[in-house]
Structure formats: structure tokens, C-alpha cells
Design a protein around this ligand. Structure first.
Ligand code: 5GP
Ligand code: MN
Length: 345
């Protein structure tokens, strides 16, 4: 965060505002880690602060410090709506567009609060008074670390904050493997470990916490993987019938898409997940090299994200979504800008 923005943010905080922090819908490790990390920092400074999640989040993040204090919108709609209406300062973390906070979008649009966006997705929207957006950052948690350091001192980071921030950095970098993992990411992670984050325990809570149903769902989904040699593309689909068969719980399919990239030659991995509740097919894209899945998701799948990880959705059937994907894939790959220049990574 630059000096001007941290000064402006400090001035906003000095007014002792009513603060609400919002992660994106279907929050992941970085969304929950960054919101809780900022929440603990502000709470330690005596602020009135509340995290509101637009939708529930996976069990493998529920162990995080004071995760039980997060107001989950579908469970407490009127309380959450009232809190947003009462807020004078709203942080939106780990997303770049208010549509990514559904079903809270309209309440956020109506709010008279000052907005601060902290995010690392491409093409940030312009709704916030302070926008701290860095698409080269590994994670929003890394940006929250920078924010805390520029607002006050590293000393303000205690073991609880370190645990939250380390979790998001670990999950968004796929365990320090993805392309935005920089020397600075490792430096920040090192400080967080020194502050008391327990990397063994965090990895175990987040990664080695599958139910048997979840592991067997993964087996079934992998069994149905299709590899298109010509397009170096692996795709998988998950029907709502299969989800029911394995007693689906939120977060169970998280990370499945990455397995497609385990194929040595694969450059693109895709998963299509049927969501009966919302009548939507949720799609996740992952790529190796400079293949720009943010562009693919934006152009054809009502979504977006990063160059190597993006998502979108379609409101047609699972079969039709896959047929549509197979139709647009060759078109997309033949575009001159399907691959970003090497120096963007
Ligand atoms: P995932 O595939 O894990 O849901 O998301 C991968 C990345 O793409 C994340 O950074 C996420 O924020 C972004 N993303 C996922 N779904 C959507 C979507 O529907 N719209 C946009 N704009 N971004 C998405
Ligand atoms: Mn993130």
C-alpha cells in the first residue's frame, strides 16, 4: 500500500467508524484468511468490526481463530443487512467487483459507507475510495500483511493474525507453487512463521482433513477425466447426482480442478460443477504457462480471475455447458492474446 493510501486509511480509522469486512461469495482460504487477519488487527486496536460472508465457507476453514464470529449471510439475513446499512467503513477483500459478493451485492451498492478494496485480481472495478489492488501479489493475505505494516508496525502482527494470513498465502499459492509466489511471498511467510503461525498444523487442518466421502468423490471425478491431447486440456465434470451420492458438503470439490494439471503435457484444466440450488454450472479454470484463463472466463463464461486461475458460471445444463466449452475452446486457443507475454508472469 502506498503512503498516500495508508495515510487516507489511517484518517478513516481515526474517525472510529463502524467497520464491516466482506470476502467474496463461496469464500476460500485467502478470502477467510484475509478477512479474519484484518478483523483481528482492527479488533486489537479496539475497533467495532464485523466480518460478513456472503455465503457459507468450507469446514476445513472453520478452525480459524474466531471463524465462528463471522456472520454468514444466509443464516442471519436481517442482522447482516442491518450491519451493512449501519457501517461507515466497508472493506471488500479478495474480489474486484461487487457482483462477486452475491447475494450481498445490492446491499453493498445501497450502502453510504466508504469502501476500501484490497485485492489481487485483474481489472479491479472503481467503487472504492481506496483501492489497493496488486495483480502480481500471491494473495490478498500478502496485501493485508503489507497494509498492516504500512499502517503501523510489524509488531502489531500477533500469532492469531499470522495464522490467518499464512493460511491464505498457503492456499492461494497452492503451497508456494503457483506463478505469483515471489521472494517477497516467502519473506512474508517467514515473518508470519516467526510470529507464531504453525505451518504444520495449518497445512494439516486445511489439506489433510478430507472426509471419506470427499476422497471417494475425488476418485469418482478423476475416473471421469477427459484429456484432449490436441488442446492439451483436461476436463472433469461433477453432476448434482454424484454430489448427492457422496453427501456433498461445501468445499468438498475445492482443489479438484488442479489435478488436471498433474498431466505432464496439460496446459489447461477445467472442472464443471452442477449447482442445483442456484441452477448454475460453476466452472473453474487452471492453466500452466502463460495461457490466460482470466480472458477465457471473461470472454465466454461470465467470470474472471487471474491468468492461471479463474472461474465463471453458466445457466444452461451441464451437458450443454460442456458442449459449449468444446465449441469455444479451439476458437479461444487460436486468438493471438490467448497466451500472455512471458513477462506478465
Ligand atoms: P475458483 O475456480 O477457485 O472458484 O476461482 C479461481 C479464481 O477465479 C479465484 O481467484 C476467484 O476469485 C476467481 N473467480 C471464480 N469464479 C469467478 C466468477 O464467477 N467471476 C469472477 N470474476 N471471478 C471468479
Ligand atoms: Mn485470493
Amino acid at each position: 500500500m502506498n503512503k498516500q493510501d495508508s495515510k487516507s486509511l489511517q484518517a478513516l480509522l481515526d474517525k472510529r467508524p463502524i467497520i464491516t469486512i466482506i470476502p467474496h461469495t463461496s469464500p476460500d482460504g485467502d478470502a477467510i484468511g484475509s478477512t479474519l487477519g484484518l478483523y483481528h488487527f482492527l479488533k486489537n486496536q479496539g475497533h467495532d468490526v464485523q466480518v460478513i460472508a456472503p455465503t457459507d465457507f468450507p469446514d476445513f476453514l472453520k478452525w480459524m481463530p474466531e471463524a465462528d464470529q463471522i456472520l454468514i449471510y444466509p443464516n442471519q439475513e436481517s442482522r447482516a443487512e442491518q450491519r451493512i446499512a449501519d457501517s461507515s467503513l466497508i472493506f471488500t477483500l479478495d474480489f474486484n467487483n461487487l457482483l462477486r459478493a452475491k447475494p450481498l451485492t445490492s446491499f453493498l451498492q445501497k450502502s453510504l459507507a466508504t469502501f476500501v478494496m484490497i485485492d489481487h485480481h485483474q481489472q479491479p472495478d472503481t467503487y472504492a475510495t481506496i483501492t489497493y489492488s496488486d495483480e502480481k501479489a500471491s494473495s490478498t493475505c500478502e496485501l493485508i500483511y503489507n497494509t498492516i505494516v504500512s499502517l503501523s508496525f510489524q509488531e502489531a502482527i500477533d500469532q492469531t493474525i499470522a495464522t490467518c494470513l499464512y493460511t491464505g498465502i498457503m492456499t492461494d499459492t497452492g503451497g508456494f507453487r503457483f506463478s505469483m509466489t515471489s521472494p517477497q511471498t516467502h519473506r512474508v511467510a517467514a515473518v508470519l512463521l516467526e510470529k507464531g503461525a504453525n505451518c504444520v498444523q495449518i497445512a494439516s487442518e486445511v489439506l489433510d482433513s478430507y472426509s471419506i466421502d470427499r476422497l471417494q468423490l475425488l476418485g469418482t471425478v478423476l475416473d471421469g477425466l477427459t484429456y484432449l491431447k490436441e488442446y492439451k486440456t483436461a476436463y472433469m465434470s461433477v453432476s448434482s447426482k454424484i454430489l448427492k451420492q457422496f453427501n456433498f458438503r461445501k468445499g468438498d470439490t475445492e482443489g479438484f480442478v488442479n489435478y488436471g494439471l498433474r498431466i505432464k503435457e496439460a496446459e489447461l484444466a477445467v472442472i464443471f460443477i452442477e449447482n442445483e440450488e442456484d441452477n448454475l454450472i460453476k466452472i473453474s479454470f487452471r492453466s500452466k504457462t502463460t495461457l490466460d484463463v482470466n480472458l477465457l472466463a471473461r470472454m465466454y463464461f461470465n467470470g474472471g480471475g487471474h491468468i492461471n486461475a479463474a472461474g465463471g458460471s453458466m445457466s444452461i445444463s451441464l451437458e450443454d455447458t460442456i458442449a459449449y466449452f468444446l465449441e469455444v475452446l479451439p476458437k479461444f486457443l487460436s486468438l493471438p492474446n490467448a497466451y500472455q507475454p512471458m513477462d506478465t508472469l
